[in-house]
Design a binder for this molecule. Structure first.
Ligand code: 5AD
Ligand code: SF4
Length: 445
């Protein structure tokens, strides 16, 4: 979601004459788009600001002005506090109000005053945003839903991103068509709770995410559709069926469970049990036996006992995941769990995380290994950075994605072949599985 927002801010700034730079040196504007989900992510902001100061001073010495903008969820959560903690910052803008960025920049330049806008206006945001130009040319994100009403007791999202809001179906389909016309082949539907998506069609009927997928699947140039991130509570039978019926819907599902213990799930206010999660997985495997499963886990949630943690390991062993994210519980100010008196020691969290990650890595390797010696379709996205043309003879490595969202690396002999493959789907024979990628060779009959 933050990558998507960063791309849109780039669109907005390009529209008023700014160009993207790879360095803060000499920049007229620096935007730091922040994440507040865990403490570590938000701490990064202040160390980044410290590093920015010399660049801002240098720019001023040379008679210029560097405008520093803090965007994203740290901006939303900390607001004016950021001005107090750092003199470097000129603009603070939230994730639901960044469409006003050009206006705020104008005010800073004209009125020489710092600006802040933290309003929630998601629907207005999408109406104002310019046509997107920034982003990978093959695969594109389309936001379909924003915000969250679930209020898990550990999570800041309902506070920083606000209430659930779904974009109208027609607007999303228009976005997808526009992207398809520009050569995009893969659409990634985004939302904090994407499978809770509901909107009215032109006849007033309420439709879910599966209808949106079905509609976008009729666009001939779009070959692949994905969505993230989902909540078990909203995993409807219709959406599960779509994984069987719609060929363009890729066989991969990111469905965060967070914990395998019913006591912890309850304390987290997750609104689902371990048994319900198993049931969903069983149903989806019936409809799509080859589905790659992914999840998020939190270890060391307040009150988590050894047995609770064992239940998480047990759930992981029973399901078998393709690829997962796991985190130590991080106390977020303003969330209910942060005030719990049953916080878990850091050392215990570290130990549990190491055990869980070892198991998840083993599963990821096993998942990848089943593709060795198989031929799969790969959508080639880019040349690997290593192969920058230092020497003409140098082998070129291309990166692409498998249907199961694995990164696939293929070596090709020259630039002509690379250009022919980029942006297209080709058949690749997998030679070797690595922990987080597959190495293959172009399949020839
Ligand atoms: N501590 C640790 N992890 C968290 N997440 C969200 N809030 C916290 C927190 N306070 C994780 C959840 C979520 C993912 C995006 O981040 O696993 O699914
Ligand atoms: Fe946060 Fe996801 Fe829970 Fe919403 S459903 S509160 S985004 S963890």
């Amino acid at each position: 979601m933050n990558v998507y927002d960063s791309d849109r801010m780039e669109d907005l700034m390009n529209a008023i004459g700014y160009e993207t730079s790879n360095t803060p040196k000499d920049a007229d504007m620096v935007i730091i788009n922040t994440c507040h989900i865990r403490e570590k992510a938000s701490e990064k902001l202040f160390s980044d600001l410290g590093r920015l100061l010399p660049f801002k001073n240098e720019k001023q010495k040379n008679g210029g002005q560097m405008i520093v903008t803090i965007a994203g969820c740290v901006a939303q959560a900390e607001g004016e506090e950021i001005f107090k903690r750092s003199k470097v910052v000129d603009i603070i803008v939230g994730p639901e109000s960044y469409q006003t960025l050009p206006d705020l920049v104008g005010k800073v330049l004209r009125e020489k005053k710092k600006q802040i806008n933290l309003e929630f206006s998601a629907n207005e945001k999408f109406d104002i945003l310019p046509e997107s130009k920034v982003g990978s040319s093959v695969s594109a994100f389309v936001t379909v839903q924003e915000g969250c009403d679930k209020f898990c007791t550990f999570c800041v999202v309902p506070y920083t991103r606000g209430a659930e809001y779904c974009r109208p179906i027609e607007k999303i389909v228009d976005d997808a068509k526009m992207l398809a016309d520009r050569g995009v082949q893969e659409i990634y539907f985004l939302g904090q709770n994407v499978n809770a998506y509901r909107a009215l069609d032109s006849s007033g009927k309420s439709l879910g995410l599966e209808h949106l997928i079905e509609k976008v699947a009729t666009i001939p140039q779009i070959k692949r559709i994905r969505y993230t991130t989902s909540h078990p509570r909203d995993m409807s039978d219709e959406l599960i069926n779509a994984h069987h019926q719609i060929e363009k819907l890729m066989p991969f599902l990111h469905l965060p469970v967070q914990s395998g213990s019913n006591a912890i799930l309850k304390a987290m206010n997750r609104k689902h049990t371990r048994q319900e999660y198993f049931k969903i997985i069983e149903k989806i495997r019936q409809k799509r036996p080859d589905i790659g499963l992914s999840s998020d886990f939190i270890v060391g949630f307040p009150g988590e006992t050894d047995q609770d943690f064992e239940d998480t390991l047990d759930l992981v062993r029973k399901i078998g995941f393709a690829q997962c994210y796991s985190f130590k519980y991080s106390q977020r100010p303003g969330t209910p769990a942060a005030d719990s008196k049953m916080q878990i020691e850091e050392k215990v969290k570290d130990e549990r995380l190491a055990v869980l990650q070892k198991l998840l890595t083993e599963q990821q390797i096993a998942f990848n290994q089943q593709f060795e010696n198989k031929t799969i379709s790969v959508l080639f996205e880019k040349e690997a950075p290593k192969s920058t043309k230092k020497s003409v003879e140098k082998i070129i490595q291309l990166w692409g994605k498998s249907p199961h969202l694995q990164s696939v690396v293929v070596e090709v002999e020259n630039e002509n072949v690379a250009q022919k493959l980029l942006g297209k789907i080709s058949q690749v024979k997998i030679l070797k599985a690595r922990p987080s990628s597959l190495v293959g060779t172009l399949f020839t009959n």
